[in-house]
Design a protein around this ligand. Structure first.
Ligand code: F6P
Length: 349
């Protein structure tokens, strides 16, 4: 029997979302199914706002960044009557299935709705942060790392010309995947990440050792979630003001690069500048790798809908796209393994 399938993109946008929308839609239309997009993440399900997805809507969107459906960080569990309205709109729209494309927050809602209400949902893992368990990589991450690496390459030449320390702040929330990968690819001299916090004193010693070897400039990559850590044991997380949290309880990180630069300059005496890459890491066209990964995830999600394997998520294991329980994907954050960070540290200083 033909199905009516809805699709939503939730949380922070990232390159590759449109590639998923295209793949889910194309495969589902080929099966004779109807496809609709929920506007702006879970908000579309709460408010009952949908748009049809057909061959024309998905034409030409593969290389486009962002999401044609819009996105928000709406959490139905935090809205008055939100979950009831989601269930009501699912029925009112005559929907048989939902494909939820998102990170730990969006998929956390999907997993909970499935477990508590038998909601017919499958997930697709998205985030530039790459912090979702149960999959080797999320799409969007490769593009963010590519953008950050290019920035580091560019900062090298200006750092060298001026004999400066350049601090580059990258995103990643509470994990250092973007920092460690772009830092390694770009040949950073120090990388600071939340999972394995080296102290400010150690970072400065690395920079001074490098200068003692005759290298008068340094590149320092810091992840936005790195807590300033001192040899005394004192730590400090830097967040943006006002320190309000979103509906998923996240503070807005950002700003650690500036504090770190002040510390480096005052402790080493080396002139220091800061670049905060911010949302540039999320904008623009996806890399070929992300386009392909997002497409493969989308096709898998459409197949999971066809097979009615609710409560599962498309995931990458090695080179294979497989299905894993949504519950596993959101159980805990996937952090940078110690061995990976140790490899990066070989090149510090
Ligand atoms: O989760 C993706 C991400 O870009 C994080 O790296 C960052 O901390 C956050 O989203 C920024 O969120 P917003 O787009 O709401 O400023």
């Amino acid at each position: 029997m033909g199905k009516r399938v809805a699709l939503l993109t939730g949380g922070g946008d990232c390159p590759g979302l449109n590639a998923v929308i295209r793949a889910v839609t194309r495969r589902s239309l080929d099966r004779g199914y109807e496809v609709v997009g929920a506007r702006e993440g879970w908000r579309g399900l709460v408010e009952g706002r949908f748009q049809p997805l057909d061959d024309r809507t998905i034409s030409g969107i593969l290389p486009r960044g962002g999401t044609i459906l819009g996105t928000t960080r709406t959490n139905p569990y935090k809205e008055e009557g939100g979950v009831d309205r989601v269930l009501m709109n699912l029925a009112a729209e005559g929907l048989d299935a939902l494909v939820a494309v998102g990170g730990e927050d969006t998929l956390g809602v999907a997993s909970r709705l499935h477990e508590e209400h038998g909601f017919p949902v499958v997930g697709v893992p998205k985030t530039i942060d790459n912090d979702l368990s149960a999959t080797d990589y999320t799409f969007g991450f490769d593009t963010a790392v590519t953008i950050a690496t290019e920035a580091i390459d560019r900062l090298h030449t200006t750092a060298e010309s001026h004999n400066r320390v350049m601090v580059v702040e990258v995103m990643g929330r509470h994990t250092g995947w973007i920092a460690v990968m772009s830092g390694m690819a770009g040949g950073a001299d120090v990388i600071l990440i939340p999972e394995h916090p080296i102290t400010i004193e150690e970072a400065c010693a690395d920079i001074e050792r490098r200068h003692a070897r005759g290298k008068d400039f340094s590149i320092v990559v810091v992840s936005e979630g790195y807590e300033l850590t001192y040899a005394s044991g004192e730590t400090q997380q830097i967040a943006q003001e006002p320190a309000a949290t979103d509906q998923f309880g996240h503070v807005r990180l950002g700003g650690v690069g500036h504090v770190l630069a002040t510390e480096i300059e005052s402790r080493t005496g080396f002139e220091t500048r800061v670049t905060v890459l911010g949302h540039v890491q999320r904008g623009g066209t996806p890399t070929p790798r992300d386009r392909i990964l997002a497409t493969r995830y989308g096709l898998q999600a459409a197949d999971l809908v066809h097979e009615e394997r609710w409560g599962t998520m498309a995931a990458l294991r090695g080179d294979d796209i497989v299905a894993v329980p949504l519950r596993e994907a959101v159980a805990e954050l996937k952090t940078v393994p110690p061995a990976f960070y140790e490899a990066a540290k070989t090149f510090f200083g």
